[in-house]
Design a protein around this ligand. Structure first.
Ligand code: GLA
Length: 360
């Protein structure tokens, strides 16, 4: 059921506005965004859709196809439910347009939660789009992305970077987006016409991810202080020997090498060199597994199986600690590789495939 039907059946009236935002996969460049580095995400077709109608009181009444019914006052404190996103979005829109009051909302999602496919950013951006339209506010996509990130920081408690909100707000389906997370400059690039990214869910959702995510952020912030650079974007591999703690040294190595891989992968897209892109994906996964330590047995097994079955490369995508792997394959082999992986990793399932074929 889409959000419009859900709204009609639950509230027994018509919504004023329906809007949506897509989830994403990150092709390469993990945990580099909050270190002011580079990322290369692309949208997936799965999305979150919201239908809304303003109320005359200060109440939020929500119905979701995934989480059922929830309601609260606009000003209620954070409670760890998805209402935190709604209260956050209302809070920031109210700052720009104080007449916004309570809201009836229906939310429908086709993005699996806790999968590293950015359902949170899609919820933030779809809500912000709907509220901005309701209040006749012209918020440019980059600003909307920054507000989405503030919702995460202030209302949800994840100290995330800007990648997910930027691609959800500014991305174009079928194109990769190279994002410089310091300047927020973007460059759209076509995907490989003869190759497919297969998105496979490991079957395990992210465990303890919020705490570990914030911990990685803190570790890398402290490392940039030790190295006396504004952010790890400005650190070089030669400098890592200056870090005494071996764990922190490995964290920093991941960030520096991953930034380099994003630059190289971007030029692979430009040159249509899927083979080298795949190799970079494999190096990226190793780095996340061994140095940044954000992988899991299930994710590693899928990556291994992909490589044994003829994929050009595979890596976990998103924050890690569970969620999805993306596999790069020639278009003709994609189906066979998918079937082989799924037969070897019985918990895993196919989420989607993305190919530049349609755009070529
Ligand atoms: C999550 C965060 C992003 C980014 C990725 C890891 O998706 O929301 O900001 O840090 O993890 O690359």
């Amino acid at each position: 059921m889409n959000s419009l039907q859900l709204f009609q059946s639950y509230f027994q009236k018509e919504p004023s506005i329906t809007s949506s935002a897509n989830g994403r996969i990150n092709l390469i460049g993990e945990h580099t965004d909050y270190n002011n580095g580079f990322v290369l995400p692309t949208l997936i077709s799965q999305s979150i859709e919201v239908s809304i109608k303003p109320r005359d009181d200060e109440q939020i009444v929500c119905i979701s196809n995934k989480f059922g019914e929830l309601s609260s006052k606009i000003a209620a404190s954070n409670d760890g439910t998805w209402l935190d996103f709604v209260r956050g979005a209302i809070y920031y829109i109210k700052k720009l347009s104080p007449t916004l009051k309570g809201i009836d909302i229906a939310v429908s999602s086709t993005i699996p939660n806790g999968s590293g496919l950015s359902s949170s950013a899609a919820l933030e951006i779809s809500l912000l789009r709907a509220f901005a339209q309701l209040q006749s506010l012209a918020i440019v996509p980059k600003e909307m992305a920054k507000i989405g990130q503030q919702i995460e920081h202030q209302f949800v408690g994840t100290q995330c970077g800007i990648m997910d909100q930027m691609v959800s707000a500014c991305g174009v389906f079928g194109q990769a987006i190279f994002l410089d997370c310091e300047s927020l400059q973007t460059k759209s690039l076509p995907l490989f016409p003869n190759h497919t990214f297969i998105v496979i869910h490991s079957g395990s959702t992210r465990k303890l991810s919020q705490g570990s995510y914030n911990e990685r952020k803190l570790e890398t912030m402290m490392a940039s202080k030790t190295l006396n650079v504004p952010s790890l974007r400005y650190a070089s591999l030669e400098q890592i020997k200056l870090i005494e703690d071996p764990t922190i040294r490995r964290r920093v190595k991941h960030i520096i090498s991953e930034n380099n891989r994003v630059i190289q992968a971007t030029s692979c897209l430009e040159k249509n060199d899927a083979k080298q892109f795949g190799e970079l994906m494999n190096f990226s996964h190793q780095s996340m597994r061994d140095d940044y330590e954000i992988s899991s047995d299930e994710l590693n097994k899928i990556v291994e199986s992909a490589s044994n079955n003829g994929a050009l490369g595979a890596r976990l995508t998103g924050a890690g600690f569970g969620g999805c792997v993306i596999v790069l394959s020639e278009n003709e082999k994609a189906e066979l590789i998918t079937q082989s992986i799924l037969s070897q990793c019985t918990q895993a399932y196919l989420v989607t495939t993305i190919s530049g074929k349609l755009n070529s």
